[in-house]
Each structure stands twice: as structure tokens, then as C-alpha cells.
Design a protein around this ligand. Structure first.
Ligand code: SF4
Length: 89
């Protein structure tokens, strides 16, 4: 069985999306979320520039398996940390 988890990079102008096929669970969150960027019938199947960087980040974060990740290359916000809450009232 080929268990390659080779990570591929798809470079866009402001974001590079990486995809690890070995982790993908085919939940299709990406394809449903942004069909203009994620199109499995096309090669390359990810075109990061086809959508707004913010929307792309949003969909990449929704990937349930962690197969998709991103890196901002435009000096924008770093990968988001969950907002910290200080509820000490
Ligand atoms: S959202 Fe993640 S797990 Fe689902 S198909 Fe896309 S890459 Fe694969």
C-alpha cells in the first residue's frame, strides 16, 4: 500500500496552501467551501489565488484532518491562534 504523506505546496500571491494527501479524509469541506480554489477535476487542484485570502484561510482551517495547511507569504496575520479568553469576572 502506498502510504505516502508527501506534502505538496500550492503557491499563491499571498498564501501558500500545503496539502498532505496521506492525511486527507475526503470530507470535502474544502471543495464545498471554495469550489473556485479546490477543484479535484483540475490540475493543479488547488489555485490559492482564485479566492480572497481571508476566505481561503477560513476554509483551510475547516479541514478536519489537518491535510490542508497554509502559510501567509504576504506578511499578513500569522496562522491564527484561537482567541484567548479571560473570563475572570
Ligand atoms: S477538507 Fe481536508 S480532509 Fe476534507 S477533502 Fe479537503 S483536504 Fe481532504
Amino acid at each position: 500500500m502506498n502510504r505516502s504523506t508527501g506534502k505538496k505546496s500550492y503557491e499563491g500571491r499571498s498564501i501558500t496552501v500545503t496539502f498532505e494527501a496521506g492525511r486527507c479524509r475526503h470530507a470535502a469541506e474544502c471543495v464545498r467551501g471554495l469550489p473556485e480554489v479546490f477543484d479535484t477535476g483540475r490540475r493543479p487542484w488547488i489555485t490559492p489565488d482564485a479566492a480572497d485570502a481571508e476566505r481561503l484561510v477560513d476554509v483551510v482551517r475547516r479541514c478536519p484532518s489537518g491535510a490542508l495547511q497554509y502559510e501567509r507569504v504576504d506578511g499578513g496575520e500569522p496562522p491564527a491562534q484561537p482567541p484567548r479568553r479571560h473570563d475572570h469576572e
